[in-house]
Design a protein around this ligand. Structure first.
Ligand SMILES: Nc1nc2c(ncn2[C@@H]2O[C@H](COP(=O)(O)OP(=O)(O)OP(=O)(O)O)[C@@H](O)[C@H]2O)c(=O)[nH]1
Ligand SMILES: [Mg+2]
Length: 471
């Protein structure tokens, strides 16, 4: 990456006809570009020189095309940030022009003509990282904040950008660095008056660090679900109210509902936010002996979907006796995470009895009425509890503890655990102490990958190419 190049990109959507569009510039030439392109009402240069550009101040003017027509391209406000007090740590400028793709590309065109190069995806944040304004996991949190769709994931991303994860990783690293320094002092000056290493204390410290790394890694189960969402398949016999429940959970009339059994014939998937957590809900065809090939294919898909789900929401109709298909579906989902909703409790039949359902020990169906919107909160709570989210949310979210949301971070933590195990093994085998430093260095390298101290250019490139342009 050439840090001496000045780069520019739109920081807001180019394809929307928004009121304002922002063009971002970073690099040494940022001020010179403003001098070249900004003019006052009379088309005279707005800035006589660098000294006239007051940092962090909104200057009003007109964007001119350098070397182009004498009339203004657009009217805009510009703000200059003097490095290192900027997002990237370099001199930066932001041009607040009018929105719209045509107008913004004209303004960007003027900036590029004045000496900037078009930025690659994530290049602004990458520079912030290289210049030490953010560490790598904070930079990744920028992406998470922008992509977040639920309150719980957003909270975790904001706490990560504030440094919660970096803090925990760095505190483990600092303990390891202290241990290394201790060992190395002994290796380098064994004959001098250096305290002999207390190997039992080192072993304890390493086990303590391992526990902290493991606790972080364990949070990934929760973090993954927050990030990717949890997949719920709504299944049951025809006409039990699956589509009605699907619509209620989505808060929109997405699926067709009729009193005719066999209304839904294919799988319909939609994203839903339940209790601040992202879910993908799938409504499916009701299970029965199929009347034709279309229904058969639909029911095959229902079973496929049940098998691919994180959780199955089985709906049973309290308005009639339990059927053979209800029992078949219960058997089919016995090994999955499952919530049973007994629906139509408002029209409960004498022929229906919960006791006819072959439930697992301690399993309690939730009695609901979609028609009367009754007990839906209890159903949502049961879903969150079965997905393990209620308790996890309490221990992570409420306690403000760092949560791992990235597979890359989880893999690095896993590698550090292996190095901690190697280190303890080295101690227990009474192996030479310099071997121990190799294991500790390996653990440090894995943890360093998370905050970006020990990542290769290749990995950096992979991380930032997922960003949008202008980020
Ligand atoms: N009384 C009562 N009727 C309900 C309730 N929930 C749904 N219904 C009615 O039950 C009928 C079937 O509802 P759907 O949501 O289409 O049922 P489904 O399970 O998707 O049916 P298929 O798509 O055919 O498998 C409709 O007439 C709904 O209005 C409820 O809680 N109480
Ligand atoms: Mg349906």
């Amino acid at each position: 990456m050439l840090l001496d190049e000045t780069i520019a990109a739109p920081a807001t959507l180019m394809n929307a006809s928004a009121a304002i569009g922002i063009i971002r510039i970073t690099g040494d030439k940022s001020a010179d570009i403003l001098i070249k392109i900004m003019a006052d009402k009379g088309a005279a240069p707005l800035f006589g020189g660098r000294a006239e550009i007051k940092p962090r101040y909104m200057h009003h003017g007109f964007v001119m095309d350098p070397g182009g027509a004498p009339e203004a391209v657009d009217e805009a406000m510009v703000c200059f940030y003097r490095g290192p007090a900027s997002y990237t740590g370099e001199d930066m400028a932001e041009i607040f022009c009018h929105g719209g793709s045509y107008n913004m590309s004209k303004v960007l065109g003027a900036v590029l003509k004045a000496g900037a190069r078009a930025a690659a995806p994530g290049e602004f944040t990458k520079r912030a990282c290289v210049n030490g304004k953010l560490d790598l996991c904070q930079a990744e949190a920028v992406c998470d904040i922008i992509n977040s769709k639920t309150d719980s994931f957003h909270k975790v991303a904001v706490s990560q950008i504030k440094g919660s994860l970096s803090f925990e990783i760095n505190s483990i690293k600092n303990e390891l660095i202290a241990v290394l320094a201790d060992i190395e002092a002994n290796l380098d000056f064994p004959e001098e008056d250096v305290e002999p290493v207390d190997i039992a204390a080192i072993r304890e410290t390493l086990l303590g660090c391992r526990r902290k790394a493991l606790a972080l890694l364990s949070s990934y189960e929760y973090g993954r679900v927050l990030k990717d969402g949890i997949k719920i398949t709504i299944a049951g016999c025809p006409n039990v109210g699956k589509s009605s429940l699907f619509n209620l959970l989505l808060r929109e009339n997405r699926a067709i509902v009729t009193e005719i059994p066999g209304t839904t014939r294919d799988v319909i998937e939609e994203a839903a936010n339940i209790g601040g957590v992202a879910f993908t809900l799938a409504d499916t065809a009701g299970v029965r002996a199929p009347a034709d090939i279309v229904e058969k294919l639909g029911i095959d898909r229902t079973f496929e979907n049940i098998r691919g789900a994180d959780l199955c929401l089985l709906v049973i109709d309290a308005g009639r006796a339990v059927s053979a298909e209800d029992i078949e579906l219960i058997a089919e989902t016995n090994d999955s995470a499952r919530v049973i909703a007994v629906n139509k409790i408002d029209a409960k039949s004498r022929a229906f009895s919960v006791n006819c359902l072959p439930l697992k020990d301690g399993e309690k169906p939730v009695e609901i009425s979609v028609k009367e919107n009754a007990n839906i909160d209890a159903l949502k709570a049961a879903i969150l509890k079965t997905a393990g989210l209620a308790s996890m949310g309490e221990s992570y979210g409420a306690a403000g503890r760092a949560v791992i949301t990235s597979a890359r971070h989880a893999a690095a933590l896993k590698n550090s655990l292996a190095s901690f195990d190697d280190a303890v093994e080295t101690i227990d085998a009474n192996s030479p102490i310099d071997l121990l430093t190799i294991d500790i260095r390996a653990a440090l390298a894995s943890l360093g990958e998370i905050v970006g101290e020990t990542v290769t250019d290749d990995i950096l490139h992979k991380i930032f190419e997922k960003f949008c342009i202008g980020k």
